[in-house]
Design a protein around this ligand. Structure first.
Ligand code: MIC
Ligand code: SF4
Length: 644
């Protein structure tokens, strides 16, 4: 039987393991990506590994998350990242140059290559046929050191695209439809691989919108073939020589299949507060919105911006509406300026934001209290916008622009005649905002501001853990709830003692104080615990506060790997319903952990307060068990970090 695209790339990069679903494999990584919110830690970890230079083909760091610079912390961090890049051999994309995924797609993506990024939406480059995976910063630091990346081989879900999108339906509507069907956990343990005649009707950046947001299903990643549309994109970026064709064999096999008829995809919208709460836009048409935000790594390509400009051209937004637009990269912004479309956006009343993540991660533009904000982004988790009671909706740029003009949720089909935009064959090239590293023999001093605190070190796993339940959480807890972002907290990413004060603060503002008073403790959760971002701070900060185990009904992939990397035991209830038998304050005991973590070992969790015990599931690879016993990955590797 022939091979699918995922199998082909894994096969050409595999260094260990058996490539069958459920087995752990290790792959060689060609490129890495970090950004300023995850990258300071990743670079500190890289340094702690004792490395002198990165060993991956291309390693890039982007400044795109912490660009508000409301205090000294962020700029200090940026100078740290810039100097560390020069020293260790990474390319450095300067603040304002754009969102990591958009800029990476434009400048570095390579069909058939393997990219590991310290950001969950690294999957964006899957749109051009790359195996692009999001991971915690430590996994990326280890990959930069030339080590393989390990993951459990997923099942490949073939999404066959038939037909052609009708006027006003977009790639964003396709991925919203996929989320409607799969939900935020339906992609767990899977890779989404796209095929079928509909593929060729989608542009490369449209495909990247789909692979970007596919991560919201919980999938490992998503990948498209690399074909003539991909070639056209690489040509327009002046990178034709980086293109190569990549397709599944005609007789390729897949573990699962789904068909999406593009012809029947309507404009869709994700309602508050989850990306899978999807309905057709027409069902919500007429609902008032106060704010429209266009941009983010999902929808900020030149194609998206040209469509928005065409809709807004010659019109003005109504009073009471705040419209903000952040092009994904400086290249896109310049193109809009050169082509005159920026003028249309400005004249329509749009507030043009810096090319950065901005409102997507709560860095400014928080909606009004109780307000409704319609965004072209990928996540609408409660409170992520910065306003706890705001309602955030996710749509395509077309729906967003139409709604901005009406001040109400508007089905773009009401605009009548289909849009006609012309994409230039070549875009501006020569990215002076990406700095090359220094020569290997050049002396570079690393700039270290006072916000950058040493990495904490954690002790090996004891044989017995006895502590109280600090929190009982529900299903689909997001890393935004475990370790929030936003203008106040995000600048503390290089300072674990300071950021740990905010762990779980959205769920329970007293969590940090209670955990500290208890000395150590357990967190209990429902299904898909830790969905969303790759931020390892959602493991690092709880561990710093003394959380030693999370016992949940199931975990999201990246968060589970981060828990392991920082020595927090991720355990599952053998009987899901047992979760209901525990409450905050119960004293629990896990005995003979060292023996339980041996192959075939089992584990009971005693509730000393209520006098019963329940069986737990240990779903961990031999490698993960070793890391946990050592007290985390850095401890296992013996990296030299300072004591906590
Ligand atoms: C996000 O969209 O939540 C982020 C901010 O980009 C994160 C990374 C981070 O927390 O720094 C992600 O998606 O991994
Ligand atoms: Fe930035 Fe938002 Fe994309 Fe995360 S999802 S990388 S915060 S634009």
């Amino acid at each position: 039987m022939g091979r699918n695209i995922f199998q082909k790339i894994v096969e050409s990069h595999r260094v260990s393991g058996n490539p069958t679903p459920g087995s752990e494999v290790g792959i060689r990584i060609d490129q890495t990506l970090i950004q300023d919110a995850t990258g300071t830690m990743a670079l500190l970890q890289f340094e702690a590994l004792g490395m002198k230079r990165v060993k991956t083909g291309k390693a890039v760091a982007y400044v795109d998350h912490n660009t508000l610079q409301g205090g000294f912390e962020s700029m200090d961090d940026h100078l740290f990242v810039e100097s560390a890049c020069r020293k260790f051999g990474l390319y450095f994309s300067r603040a304002g140059n754009g969102i990591c995924h958009q800029v990476h797609l434009e400048n570095f993506s390579a069909p058939g290559g393997a990219l590991l990024g310290a950001d969950s939406h690294t999957t964006t480059s899957g749109g051009v046929g790359m195996l692009a995976i999001g991971a915690g910063g430590l996994d990326v630091a280890v990959a930069m050191a030339g080590e393989p990346f390990y993951f459990t081989m997923p099942r490949v879900l073939n999404i066959k695209l038939e037909g052609r999108l009708p006027a006003w339906s977009t790639a964003k509507d396709v991925v919203l439809e996929i989320l409607r069907r799969l939900t935020v956990s339906g992609g767990r343990g899977k890779v989404l691989e796209f095929s079928g005649p509909g593929v060729q009707t989608l542009s490369a950046t449209g495909r990247a919108t789909i692979t970007n947001m596919s991560i919201e299903t919980g999938a490992l990643t998503a990948v498209f073939p690399s074909d003539q549309a991909t070639l056209a994109y690489f040509r327009s970026m002046g990178r034709e020589s980086d293109w190569r064709e990549l397709r599944a064999d005609p007789d390729a096999g897949y573990e699962e299949a789904m068909v999406v008829d593009l012809g029947s995809v309507e404009p869709m919208i994700a309602k508050p507060h989850s990306p899978d709460n999807v309905a057709p836009v027409r069902e919500l048409a007429g609902e008032k919105v106060d704010q429209v935000a266009i941009g983010s790594c999902t929808n900020s390509s030149l194609e998206d911006m040209l469509k928005v400009a065409a809709i807004l051209n010659g019109k003005v937004i109504p009073p009471g509406m705040s419209l903000v637009i952040a092009p994904g990269s400086r290249r896109v912004l310049r193109q809009l300026a050169d082509g005159g479309q920026l003028g249309s956006l400005i004249a329509a009343g749009a507030r043009i934001l810096e090319c950065a993540c901005g409102p997507c991660i709560g860095m400014g533009q928080a909606p009004r209290s109780g307000g409704a904000s319609l965004r072209t982004f990928n996540r609408n988790f409660r409170g992520r916008s910065g306003t706890a009671d705001a309602k955030v909706y996710l749509t395509s740029p077309e729906t967003a622009a139409a709604s901005a003009l009406q001040g109400r949720i508007t089905d773009p089909r009401e605009l009548g005649e289909p849009l006609r935009i012309r994409l230039p064959e070549a875009t501006v090239t020569g990215d002076s905002m990406i700095l090359s590293p220094a020569a290997e023999d050049e002396q570079v001093a690393i700039a270290r501001g006072p916000n950058i605190k040493p990495l904490p070190r954690f002790e090996p796993l004891p044989d017995v853990l006895e502590a109280e339940v600090l929190l009982v959480a529900g299903d689909n807890v997001t890393t935004d709830e475990i370790m929030p972002g936003g203008a106040k907290i995000l600048p503390l990413r290089s300072n674990i003692p300071a950021i740990s004060r905010y762990a779980f603060s959205r769920i329970d503002p007293d969590f940090a104080a209670r955990a500290e008073a208890a000395g150590q403790g357990f967190v209990l959760g429902g299904k898909n615990y830790g969905q969303g971002s790759s931020r390892e701070h959602a493991a690092l900060a709880p561990r710093y506060l003394g959380v030693r185990a999370v016992i949940a009904q199931s975990f999201s992939r990246i968060h589970k790997a981060n828990l392991i990397n920082f020595g927090i035991l991720p355990l599952e209830f053998a009987e899901e319903a047992d979760l209901l038998r525990f409450a905050v304050g119960d004293r629990l005991r896990l005995d003979q952990l060292h023996r339980s973590l041996q192959p075939g070992g089992n584990l009971m969790m005693e509730n000393l307060s209520r006098n019963f015990a329940v069986p737990l599931k240990i779903d961990l690879s031999p490698r993960a068990r070793k890391i946990l016993l050592a007290g985390g990955l850095l401890a296992l590797i013996g990296a030299g970090c300072k004591d906590k």
